[in-house]
Design a protein around this ligand. Sequence first.
Ligand code: GLN
Length: 499
Amino acid sequence: MVDVTLAASELAELMRQGEVTSEEVTAAHLERIEAVDPGLNAFLAVDADGALAQARDVDRRRAQGEQLPPLAGVPIAVKDNFCTRGMPTTCGSRMLEGWHPPYEATVVERLRAGGLVILGKTNMDEFAMGSSTETSAFGPTRNPWDRDRIPGGSGGGSSAAVAGYLAPLAVGSDTGGSIRQPGAVTGTVGVKPTYGGVSRYGVVAMASSLDQPGPVTRTVLDAALLHEVIGGHDPRDSTSIAQPLPPLADAARRREVAGLKIGVVREFGGEGYDADVEARFHEAVDLLRQGGAEVTEVSCPNFDYALSAYYLIMPAELSSNLARFDAMRYGLRLGDDGAHSAEEVTSITRGGGFGREAKRRLIIGTYALSSGYHDQYYGSAQKVRTLVAQDFEAAFGEVDVLISPTTPTVAFRLGERMSDPMAMYKADLCTIPSNLAGNASASFPVGLSGEGLPVGIQVIAPPMADDRLYRVGGFLEDAIGTGWRAPLVERIVGEGAAK
Ligand code: GLN
């Protein structure tokens, strides 16, 4: 029997020692998906045959004595906005229902080259717009900790799959928080690498200057190992940084923070933050102090305007990126009955194919970019973006990393914020500044709230200093321990299925 609660690094080690095969590990996760996913809806597509074939291939190569990469044979789930061969890529939208991309994302190619076994594609908010996975055209994903609650978004499928032991690893994409906020509310590790640190080639664009793919895992070392597989320069992405990654797994293995200068972001806390979120955060701060870190408070005054600037820049970029869904080249086509003009077919298709949130943002973005308003809205937002970046620069002149809660509250209930976009947007209050400035940032679990729901801490590092995230995360993982995960392990792994 394969223990699906083991970390990817542990499963990889067992495979290396010949204790277990990739086929067995993969089969165990596929069984678990079959048993549990009807109650979670984390996966939009599962490629059981493809996964087992990849696993057997890894086993065969290992048996022949080939030296395999560190995570070879470990199964992984992929967010459904990464282009994949042999599997559909829908972005959680009717617009792309059943679409099979003719090429593969660089991240997916690197996963395959690293011997990882792709289990399937995970649910997400439509084209990555949302903080709850409720805007998916294929139904919401549920949080394994409490199935009446959201798993975060837009990458709720990946975070629920990893938290619920359906996959040891996943990849996501983070435009405003879509890896970190789901990480916080599901008790998983979510990393948004430095912008340009992981290739965006083949990741369906939401807002190109903000989007960044990254790892979703249960342990800090797993995230670092996965980051090393998918990261690094890619000539096919014009914003990819032509510089080697710092040593990430080594940083994750350090497990100490002595002498590290840590700044608590003054602007993130107080009104609107759950008392338990603040309590777990302050306990983590105490642990960092006890570990020898120098903790001070740092003010980043322009972070207060980051959310507003984001909700102009992101829709503006989105409206130009999603213009390609015109019903002519690929994807959904409605109203093509001979009675409608091409323009009408485009309009009918967009009307029927996009959900409410997508339409809201496409209209806002188109408006913000229109002549006469461009400077007033988009131009002003870009200026705020520069101010946010300057706040980071000033802060990183004083400290090595910044910290804050990842998100102001624990997982909210399904349906609770769907009719209140502002409440939904506020889930990303603390995560958005790093997307605007492009620096590295991660969420690490710091235990549970009084009602037994996960809480996350955000660690923020300068561009290309992603190793610092793993150093702090590794320390906290040891200091806090992983015992807080026991209730979920007992309930959903013990019973076999969450119905
Ligand atoms: N929740 C944010 C939004 O709705 C961020 C989404 C993301 O990171 N993809 O835009």
